[in-house]
Design a protein around this ligand. Structure first.
Ligand code: PFF
Length: 436
């Protein structure tokens, strides 16, 4: 293996990891899932699952990454001491490649909307505009553009590319989103939106408990970039003196704040324009927001800022998805980073274009397929940390952990007993709902 790159500082790692976590999932998927699943009821369930599954699960993935010191295939092979590491790691690499294929198409939509917002070109006929922009050749073109931006950053490597860019882009996302949330609060008629989002409705949760559980759990994994191997890869570039439990908490809290902020912008804005969130789906947010921006005073400016913010968030997530397969080629096959980036970018260019051209497939891949892959990935991480490594996992948890060392034992208990059962249950319900 060649000399590996590493993060210049722990702050750089945390910003890159939050950058991976905070993306389309927070700003595009989260508000719509919230709207579709009873507003505040979904918010509460999602927050519980982030704390209960997300935090210990993410910690397991980071533990494996830093202990393994490699990308998924090499790391899992070394950690479990068997060839089974290869298919398990390869599964992660495929997951990230599949995800980037659709992520980059949606990133392309966002790029297009960002460029066109200053003129408000899509305001007049949002539905028709979206139908035209989202599939076929126009979508392919913008997908390739988005992918190129991501590829250029990954090409420069971990410290010179990913870390540098994340240090600028992630704070920009937080500031812009915060600004938009404050601006939204000054708009008339937003009360209904805030109430829908924030007034806890216990009755809804009681009657729809299991309906809300599946999507909330899927979102908790997706939003934390959990189960794909991307966080494992990022953690493989970390030093021993870093506290993994502390970083996990910082990542999970920052990501949640960004998701909640996005909800504070999107939902009140839609309600203020009399648009009640209907059925979700990949395109709903674009159509609804375009309609809202079209009727707001200063709509072009707000739309530009909004889509630009989403674009930055999408780029910092996209780079973690490309880094995983690229770094795998570098680690395991001795290919130079430049060549590996070029090769993987070409692969994703083709697979993403295929998805952009094949309409219905897109929805299936970006929803259930990804949910199932992330759940299986997380299950494997839990099993390895909780059952195969055990003491080694605890030792890695405790390395650099300071006062949080004491939480290692309850964490191991959760990772070996509680979480696998919950995650298996979630996988079964997702598969059952797919079959029905
Ligand atoms: N967490 C990202 C989001 O919420 O948009 C999506 C994601 C990125 C998932 C990277 C998984 C991953 F490895």
């Amino acid at each position: 293996m060649m000399d590996r790159d590493s993060w210049v500082s722990n702050v750089g790692f945390v910003l890159a990891a939050v950058g991976s976590a905070a993306g389309l999932g927070n700003i595009w998927r989260f508000p719509w899932l919230t709207a579709d699943n009873g507003g505040s009821a979904f918010l509460v369930m999602y927050l519980l699952l982030v704390v209960g599954i997300g935090v210990p699960g993410l910690l397991a993935e980071l533990v494996l990454g830093r202990r393994g010191r490699q990308t998924p295939i090499g790391a899992l092979r070394a950690l479990i001491g068997s060839r089974w590491g290869t298919p398990l790691g390869a599964f992660n690499v495929i997951t990230t490649a599949v995800m980037l294929s659709f992520y980059s198409v949606v990133g392309g939509w966002i790029l297009r909307y960002t460029l066109l917002s200053p003129t408000g070109a899509y305001f007049a006929q949002p539905q028709q505009y979206f139908s035209h922009a989202s599939h076929g050749l126009p979508a392919v073109g913008f997908h390739l553009l988005f992918l190129t931006i991501v590829a250029i950053i990954v090409y420069f490597g971990v410290s010179r590319g990913i870390e540098r860019v994340s240090k600028i882009m992630l704070p920009a996302v937080v500031v812009l989103l915060g600004g938009l949330a404050v601006w939204t609060a000054t708009q008339p008629n937003t009360a209904v939106g805030y109430a829908f989002y924030l007034d806890f409705d216990g009755d809804y949760l009681a009657t729809h408990f299991f309906d809300v559980l599946g999507p909330a759990a899927g979102q908790a994994l997706f939003t934390l970039s959990l189960g794909a191997g991307a966080m494992l890869t990022y953690a493989s570039y970390l030093d021993e003196d870093v506290s993994l439990p502390r970083d996990t908490l910082v990542i999970a809290i920052s990501n949640t704040v960004i998701g909640v902020l996005a909800g504070l912008v999107v939902l009140p804005l839609l309600f203020s324009q009399g648009i009640s969130p209907g059925q979700g789906g990949p395109g709903a947010l674009f159509v609804a927001l375009a309609t809202a921006f079209g009727s707001l005073p200063g709509g072009t400016l707000v739309a530009t800022v909004f889509f630009f913010t989403v674009l930055l968030a999408a780029v910092t997530s996209g780079i973690s998805l490309l880094e995983t397969p690229v770094a795998t080629l570098v680690d395991n096959y001795g290919i130079s980073r430049r060549r590996a980036t070029l090769l993987m970018t070409l692969v994703i260019a083709v697979t993403g274009s295929g998805l952009a051209l094949a309409g219905p497939m897109f929805r299936f891949v970006s929803g259930p397929v990804v949910d199932v892959m992330l759940t299986i990935g997380l299950f494997a991480f839990l099993a390895i940390a909780g059952w195969i490594l055990r003491d080694d996992a605890v030792a890695e948890f405790q390395t650099g952990a300071g006062r949080l060392r004491g939480f290692a034992t309850p964490w191991l208990l959760a990772v070996s007993w509680v979480l696998p059962v919950v995650v298996m249950f979630l996988l079964t319900t997702t598969l059952a709902s797919l079959a029905s």
